[in-house]
Write a protein that binds this ligand. Sequence first.
Ligand SMILES: [Zn+2]
Length: 344
Amino acid sequence: MPLRTFIESLCSSQCAGRAPGSAGGRAARALVAEAFREVGLEPTEQPVPGCGGANILAPLRGAQDRWVLVAAHYDHLGREGSHTYHGADDNAAAVAIMVEVARALRRDPPKGRGVLFAAFDGEEPPYFLSEGMGSEHFALHPTVPLNTIDLMVCMDLVGHAIGPEGAPEEVRQSVFALGAERSEGTAALVERLARVEPGVILRRFDAETVPPLSDYWGFWRRNVPFLFLTNGRWRYYHTPEDTPDKLDYAKIEATARWLERLVREACARPEPKVRFLSGVRDDASTLRSLMDLLANLESLSPMAALGRASAEQLLARCDASGRLADAERAQFLMLVGQLERGLA
Ligand SMILES: [Zn+2]
């Protein structure tokens, strides 16, 4: 099924907002399982009693008994009164990207590690950060040992162009990559690939820049290397207006091609095990990403130049490991918040 058609199916009235345990949630699950079967994988369901739904897991075995986990939640907020929450950006687009990556990797399998594709249920409230959250359930009852996962890639809100219409492509085509600093070699890998795929630009942010936002949370807490890809919360976030017509399909396709490359490289990494790094925080990479984005926004807003100067000052105050003193964090987080609101 073409990518756009698949997203539209997940956002159809039949799926009714994909609430876990609802008829619409079951219809969505059937669509996702069918999509994995169509690309040649054999998906299985993992019931998630805490939300009344189920995860869909589709492994592609590799030469090594180690894994790269590619994940996106497929549930959404369901219906409320006469409103349906369609959840095109949150998170149908990510599920479609995951299926495209599965298609490409099934056709021409990566060297080294296997890839486990996971469509998680129960990510949205009221299950978020509870045992009814599909990813948390998986982490408690993993189908492959967690210490054999060398990278968990989590996608959420990856369907839209960033910033107002008319913003430069450097901004519109951005995808934020969080958490790369938390495992050895992953930041270097993301940076090397940041601009290799036309149509998409990866920008690193530290995982502590925002509160826990998605399925990577249960893996981070259990010291599994992770990478969170997101285009951030936009103006249609968690509203009935998050519909397929507002997505950027060229960017979605570019993101799928980019992720295919990343997963290939992550599978083929030569080290026997990727080391999780606890206690690191890379404020410097966040500030560099902020400065570059703000430089591109200066023609649109006089505030951008001020923000950029402030980011530059903070960058000069980072220590050798890229960390800001706690006393500077308030200004840092305010800057991130302002940019997020400005781009929404
Ligand atoms: Zn959501």
